[in-house]
Design a protein around this ligand. Structure first.
Ligand SMILES: Nc1ncnc2c1ncn2[C@@H]1O[C@H](COP(=O)(O)OP(=O)(O)OP(=O)(O)O)[C@@H](O)[C@H]1O
Ligand SMILES: [Mg+2]
Length: 192
């Protein structure tokens, strides 16, 4: 769905904005860790750590004091998803705009709702002007789910950036997505 790609790009965007970042990889497959390893690190400001148990996820609070924390969750491990949600301020849910992928969101959305964490959907691997995109937008709209206007395009350069620095178009788009997410959170927090 694009979770790992999103986690790595958002870490790079936050770091470029001057933040200290802890990128926690909660997936045993360790794709984010492997990405960072292959790249020789993700820069001075991004600390990548494995966090594949609920205990380690809980411990992040101390490790990451003063840092922005991005948690890359694994597919199909609700225990870890719950543990990640328990320490999250927001759940960003990347999904491809196909009916099949949207249909699979149910369980994730239930968890986010139960955790009472604001959930926001980010469409990724988007092919512009397709029927799938229009269909996905209206389906999400009907469900009343918050959706970022910014969508991440399907790009070979983004797929090929695994183990490497960010693709510049991908970086810019993720930067816009993050800006939009932060603005949405500020508005929500300030609302009476
Ligand atoms: N914007 C994009 N354009 C093209 N390919 C992409 C894009 N984002 C991700 N991909 C590719 O899609 C595949 C899945 O992406 P990714 O590994 O980030 O998803 P994931 O949700 O972490 O998957 P998993 O559930 O297996 O952990 C990868 O091959 C990745 O390179
Ligand atoms: Mg992944």
């Amino acid at each position: 769905m694009g979770k790992t790609t999103t986690a790595v790009y958002l870490s790079l965007v936050l770091a470029a904005g001057g933040a200290r970042v802890v990128l926690a990889d909660a997936d045993r497959q360790a794709s984010a860790l492997r990405w960072a390893d292959e790249a020789g690190g993700l820069g001075e400001s991004v600390l990548t750590v494995g966090a594949t148990t609920p205990e380690t996820l809980r411990g992040l609070r101390d490790l990451a004091a003063g840092a922005e924390v991005i948690i890359d969750t694994p597919p199909g491990d609700l225990r870890l998803v719950r543990a990640a949600l328990a320490r999250a301020d927001v759940a960003l849910i990347p999904v491809r705009p196909t009916m099949l992928d949207l249909d699979r969101l149910g369980e994730t959305l239930d968890e986010v709702r139960n955790a009472a964490v604001p959930g926001v959907i980010l469409l990724t691997q988007v092919r512009s002007r397709t029927r799938s995109l229009a269909g996905a937008r209206s389906a999400l709209d009907e469900l009343g789910l918050p959706l970022l206007d910014t969508v991440i395009p399907a790009r070979e350069a983004i797929a090929a950036s695994f183990g490497d620095a960010a693709d510049s178009e991908g970086f810019d788009t993720y930067r816009r997505a993050l800006g939009e997410l932060q603005a949405a959170l500020t508005t929500t927090t300030e609302a009476p």
